[in-house]
Design a protein around this ligand. Structure first.
Ligand code: MG
Length: 197
């Protein structure tokens, strides 16, 4: 430590005295990290043909959700968290519900596309954690399947926590499902610069 301080002082002194030469110095690569928050809510549908999909996992025999796509509220919240972290807008901007291309869309494909948008900017996903609030269905029996499915798509650990609304408000009256997600992303940055020593 002492020798490093002494070395830095000597480098500074040489700079002031004009004794140094010029050389290429590799500036340490540094990791840039950003956090993003996502939110989504969908109400239950009265249409018996709607299929309930949560985190890419189909819940047979459960009421489906209303939505332009497959209404996968967990995948949507995760996508929004990733886009927010990378400063790439939000899910509505990339996949507007007025666009017929996304009608009935598989939300895992949307999430996969979001991952590719981040990758194009050099970002990799560190992890996503999410909280799902609903009275039904029970998530615990399918939690591992959801986590594995989403982790495979984003290439990083995705964790899911199920919560009930304790019969409070619309979610407590089993009118829909809410999901919050937090994503951490990172990318490496670093340059070689010319510095007088
Ligand atoms: Mg949505």
């Amino acid at each position: 430590m002492v020798s490093r301080i002494a070395s830095n002082r000597w480098a500074t002194a040489k700079r002031y005295l004009g004794l140094g030469g010029s050389e290429q110095v590799d500036v340490a690569r540094r990791s840039e990290m950003r956090v993003g928050q996502g939110f989504d809510v969908h109400r239950f549908s009265d249409d018996p043909t709607r299929v309930l999909v949560l985190g890419g996992v189909v819940f047979e025999g459960e009421r489906g959700l209303v939505g332009h796509s497959d209404a996968d509220v967990i995948s949507h919240a995760c996508a929004d968290a990733l886009l927010g972290a990378a400063g790439l807008g939000d899910i509505g901007m990339h996949f507007p519900d007025t666009d017929p291309r996304w009608k009935g869309a598989d939300s895992l494909a949307l999430l996969r596309h979001v991952r590719s948008l981040l990758a194009a900017d050099g970002w990799t996903v560190n992890n996503i954690d999410s909280a799902v609030i609903c009275e039904a269905p029970k998530l615990a029996p399918r939690r591992d399947a959801i986590q594995q499915t989403l982790s495979d798509v984003v290439g990083a650990p995705v964790t899911i926590k199920g919560n009930r609304a304790e019969q409070l408000g619309a979610i407590g009256r089993t009118e829909g499902i809410v999901c919050f997600a937090t994503a951490l992303i990172q990318r490496e940055s670093g340059t070689t610069e010319s510095r007088t020593t």
